[in-house]
Design a protein around this ligand. Structure first.
Ligand SMILES: O=P(O)(O)OC[C@H]1O[C@H](OP(=O)(O)OP(=O)(O)O)[C@H](O)[C@@H]1O
Ligand SMILES: O=c1cc[nH]c(=O)[nH]1
Length: 201
């Protein structure tokens, strides 16, 4: 690999592209707003799943994982029973920040619990084209046959390219294609906020 190439998680080499310039347009959520939203979503999950005895939460890497862990804690506190949590490692490599030229990369590995017969809530930070969730569903069903699958996202920014809809939505933020939602979570980013940024050129 030369200095001008990058290696994707899929192990392929490709020419390095300069990072696009981004301009911050504003803060959509603060740490306390994220926390309040997660508390509300935990109650919604419990209500829809009759207390959640059969629930299993599956976070999509990267930021779906801390969301699943936090929601499991909140639901356990409300319902006084433990909640299984697991992980799906799915990444997309975009050659630019548009929806074109995206490739799903599913990293094989155990989810962390048996999904057969369970009411699964998939979790991710942002829902955009829906391609990550489509790949997550494929990967989930490769592990077993859940009783039901629901989807939770912190932000739904629109622009779906597939017929995929979230069951639980933190915030619905209509965006233009030039805009990007940046979710920052303490466990991964060392800070906690949701930003709206825009391609600068
Ligand atoms: O609906 P989609 O068009 O698939 O976009 C949504 C996905 O994009 C982001 O992941 P990203 O690929 O940026 O990776 P990251 O989570 O590792 O930052 C986000 O975390 C979602 O998983
Ligand atoms: O705006 C977007 C689109 C996809 N993924 C993100 O994290 N933000």
């Amino acid at each position: 690999m030369t200095d001008d190439t990058v290696k994707t998680k899929a192990g392929e080499e490709s020419a390095a592209k300069p990072k696009p310039k981004l301009r911050e347009k504003g803060r959509l959520m603060s740490a306390s707003e994220i926390e309040r939203t997660l508390v509300r979503l935990a109650h919604e999950i419990v209500e829809r799943n009759n207390g959640g005895q059969n629930l299993g939460l599956v976070g999509i890497k990267r930021r779906g994982v801390p969301l699943a862990e936090r929601l499991a804690k909140l639901i356990s506190k409300i319902e006084k029973h433990p909640i299984d949590t697991g992980v799906l490692d799915i990444s997309f490599y975009r050659d630019d920040l548009s929806t074109r030229d995206v490739r799903p990369v599913v990293t094989p590995g155990a989810i962390g619990f048996d999904v057969n017969g369970r009411d699964i809530v998939l979790m991710d930070d942002v829902l955009y084209t829906g391609r990550t969730i489509r790949a997550a569903l494929d990967a989930l069903f490769a592990h077993g046959r859940p009783k039901s699958v629901q989807l939770l996202v912190l932000i739904d920014r629109g622009h779906r390219e597939l017929p995929i809809q979230a069951t639980f939505v933190g915030r619905l933020i209509p965006t233009s294609w030039r805009e990007i939602i940046e979710v920052k979570l303490n466990e991964i980013d060392g800070q906690e906020e949701v930003l709206l940024v825009e391609l600068a050129d």
